[in-house]
Design a protein around this ligand. Structure first.
Ligand code: PEP
Ligand code: MN
Length: 337
């Protein structure tokens, strides 16, 4: 539930209320919304309802949360949440672009592509060191060596780094190199992994699963947040459909719907969403037009030789061209890029 404090509530009223709720085993989240007058309370709902909190000193009203996700809900935090990744703000006015190859393949190529996406305006570089491949015989990623290359690219370019973690046992290792930990589509309901990344203090990029409803998506975010990590970025990356014209069906409806349901930033990944580089620029433009807070885009200097996802990877010059077009769309919808 949410407790809205009165305008004239004293710091003493507030502290007494928080102490009382904590004694009842509730977790209290202090929101900055409405001049700091909002307290979000999570815990045993029946016990909360028995407390006549409405009539406590300093309380204006008590608003029950109607959704199964609580910490992630827009009701809980009416203002949008901005996730800070060093100097990069995801969820603010600027549309944040994360770009790079599907996998980190070797040091020289990765540093080269990192420099090129930076020159085109990306602020975060991506690259998988642990790859979730359909076939066990496909390239599985460079592991720790890949993480070291990612960190070197950050040190050299100043770009922040996002990379996937697949195994709860690797969370600390990946967190020691990455700025954002990505949870891939296939792990959206790997609850042990979600709990583990909930315990760290680095932002999480949570990708929608291949057949995840938006409520399930937010319940997965809730797993992370309820373990203490509130810095979650959602990513729409396409869902399975009956039509094989594209690899997935990029569900752009998810962007405005999620913005209505949650305060978390929402980005789109038109690379995995379409599976073909040709469809990436138009869908990226559409994503920005409908309010995406950012984009994740795969870029490779020699897509035909890529170890993974070459078909959907843009050449660096095509990426730069797309960025120029996106700036116009961003401006038209009151954003920068
Ligand atoms: C990726 O980002 O390379 C990836 C594997 O994404 P997804 O989990 O969305 O398939
Ligand atoms: Mn990929």
């Amino acid at each position: 539930m949410i407790i809205v404090l009165r305008d004239d509530a004293t710091p003493g009223d507030r502290e007494a209320l928080i102490r009382r709720l904590s004694r009842l085993g509730m977790t209290v989240h202090e929101s900055e919304g409405m001049g700091g007058r909002i307290l979000g309370v999570v815990g045993d709902e029946d016990l909360l309802h028995s407390q006549s909190l409405d009539s406590s000193p300093g309380v204006e009203r008590v608003v029950p949360l109607t959704k199964p996700y609580k910490l992630a809900s827009r009701e809980f935090r009416p203002d949008g949440h901005v996730v800070h990744v060093g100097p990069v703000a995801v969820g603010g006015e600027k549309v944040v672009v994360m770009a790079g190859p599907c996998s980190v393949e070797n040091r020289a190529d990765f540093l080269d592509v990192a420099r090129r996406v930076k020159a085109a305006g990306a602020t975060i570089v991506r690259g998988g060191a642990f790859k979730p491949r359909t076939s066990p015989y496909s390239f599985q990623g460079l592991g720790k060596e890949g993480l070291q290359i990612l960190a070197e690219a950050r040190d050299e370019t100043g770009l922040r780094v996002v990379t996937e973690v697949m195994d709860p046992r690797d969370v600390d290792l990946v967190a020691s190199y990455a700025d954002i930990l990505q949870i891939g589509a296939r792990n959206i309901q790997n609850f042990n992994l979600l709990k583990e990344v909930g315990k760290i203090r680095k932002p999480i990029l949570l990708k929608r699963g291949l057949m995840t409803t938006l409520t399930e998506f937010l319940m997965s975010a809730e797993y992370i947040m309820s373990n203490g990590n509130y810095e979650v970025i959602l990513c729409e990356r396409g869902i399975r459909s009956f039509d094989n014209a594209t690899r997935n069906l990029l569900d752009l409806t998810a962007i405005p719907v999620l913005h209505a349901w949650t305060h978390l930033p929402v980005i789109a990944d038109p690379s995995h969403g379409t599976g073909k580089w040709r469809w990436v620029p138009p869908m990226a433009r559409a994503a920005v037009a409908c309010g995406a807070d950012g984009l994740m885009v795969e870029v490779h200097a020699t897509p035909e030789a890529a170890f993974s996802d070459g078909d959907q990877s843009l050449l660096p010059e095509k990426f730069a061209e797309m960025m120029r077009d996106l700036r116009k769309v961003a401006k038209a919808v009151g954003r920068t890029l």
